[in-house]
Design a protein around this ligand. Structure first.
Ligand code: NAI
Ligand code: MG
Length: 352
């Protein structure tokens, strides 16, 4: 098999991790008889500063025929964050119905969790975050700016299709894993959207009688993710709640730089997109010290999605072996001092 992959490195350390990881993905795939052709797109904040838009008007048309998309990160000190997010990542996730943002949190052997007494494998859960609507729907406005009666309205949008498209794969995953699913909600305070959400969870759960559903309010869930992370397995959450909880996941599993992410179009009409959880990291960009492993693991999840399990497992296991090896190069965020490319070179030696 051979795959056409669109590569959007984006901004800051997005570029650094993509440049280091893309050749590794190609070579590891090749070692397993899988062909990968990449096409690079120089979209992002520099394009915005030069031409007024992060991506061209026909950007989605250009991406539509690829088998998958790899994204680094977008975000620039001179461009407001809402402009970068709404100019590239959101048009792609929404335009391609990438309803499911699946984000595993795993504490690897050899990585120090900031939580006491947790060792490799003790933390192992996956968050299914709604990715196309909810609190991040682009619905609202501002009026009377600068006056005493200034008003801002930001509406949330929850649809049956968008919610069910998230819940079904999450229940499937729970059924295949431990049989436990945690529904993160806030239906005490948000009696329209989150009560609808709870109703959808109850409705879909009828088709999965083997899955036990735990219900947690998001504030309690945030505490429990720190207090008892080992008890989570599959978590479902809205766009905003899932965004926040997965940064907690990145933190408790040792570094945001290790955390992978997927944006899945569940029916396969459009390509899905794979990216690390982290952003462009203004504080370390240009230094060549970003941890590339979140990107490598995102590549692993891309091959899993493409049903190239041997490549996916090789990459995941390679990262696990490197992290467990005290003599291997590690970046500063996980206690080492190695540059980005030493980490990917070492993985290349292990896997190719
Ligand atoms: P960030 O994820 O870029 O950085 C947060 C902290 O984690 C920083 O201290 C950074 O140095 C560290 N960090 C992140 N990734 C790392 C890695 N691979 N290796 C080592 N350390 C790492 O989040 P922040 O600072 O809130 O956002 C910076 C910019 O990125 C903003 O413009 C934001 O909008 C954008 N952003 C973009 C995302 C995307 O493209 N998907 C996701 C999150 C933020
Ligand atoms: Mg986030």
């Amino acid at each position: 098999m051979s795959y056409d992959i669109a590569v959007i490195p984006g901004d800051g350390i997005g570029n650094e991790v993509v440049e280091a990881v893309e050749p590794l993905l190609i070579d590891v795939a090749d070692a397993h008889g899988v062909g990968v052709e990449t096409t690079w797109f120089d979209w992002g904040s520099q394009r915005y500063l030069d031409e007024g838009a992060l991506m061209p008007d026909d950007g989605l048309d250009q991406l539509e025929d690829f088998d998958a998309i790899l994204l680094g990160a977008v975000g620039h000190p001179e461009v407001p964050d809402h402009v970068t997010l709404r100019g590239l990542r959101l048009p792609i996730t929404k335009g391609f119905n990438q309803h499911v943002c699946k984000r595993p949190t795993y504490l690897f052997d050899g990585v120090q969790s900031p939580l006491r007494d947790y060792e490799g494998g003790d933390i192992d859960f996956v968050v299914y975050r709604q990715n196309t609507e909810g609190e991040y729907a682009d619905v609202g406005g501002r009026e009377h700016e600068g006056f005493a009666n200034e008003v801002a309205v930001q509406a949330s949008v929850f649809t049956r299709e968008g919610t069910e498209s998230l819940l079904r794969p999450a229940f499937e995953a729970a059924s295949e894993r431990s049989g436990k699913l945690t529904n993160v909600t806030k239906s005490n305070a948000q009696a329209h959207s989150m009560v609808f959400w709870d109703d959808m969870v109850a409705e879909v759960s009828e088709d999965y009688p083997d899955v036990e559903v735990e219900r947690l309010l998001v504030d309690a869930a945030s505490m429990d993710m720190v207090r008892r992370p080992d008890e989570f397995d599959v978590v479902v959450a809205s766009n905003l709640f899932g965004d926040i909880l997965t940064d907690i996941g990145g933190g408790i599993s040792g570094s945001l730089g290790l955390a992978p992410s997927t944006n899945i179009n569940p029916d396969g009409t459009y390509p899905s997109m794979f990216e690390p959880v982290h952003g462009s990291a203004f504080d370390i960009m240009g230094e060549g010290i970003a941890n590339p492993l979140g990107m490598v693991l995102s590549g692993s999840l891309m091959f899993e999605h493409l049903e190239e399990d041997a490549v996916a497992e090789a990459l995941w296991d390679g990262v696990a072996a490197q992290l467990a090896d005290d003599d291997a190069p590690h970046t500063a965020d996980i206690g080492g001092s190695a540059p980005t490319t030493d980490v990917t070179d070492d993985l290349h030696d292990r896997l190719v």
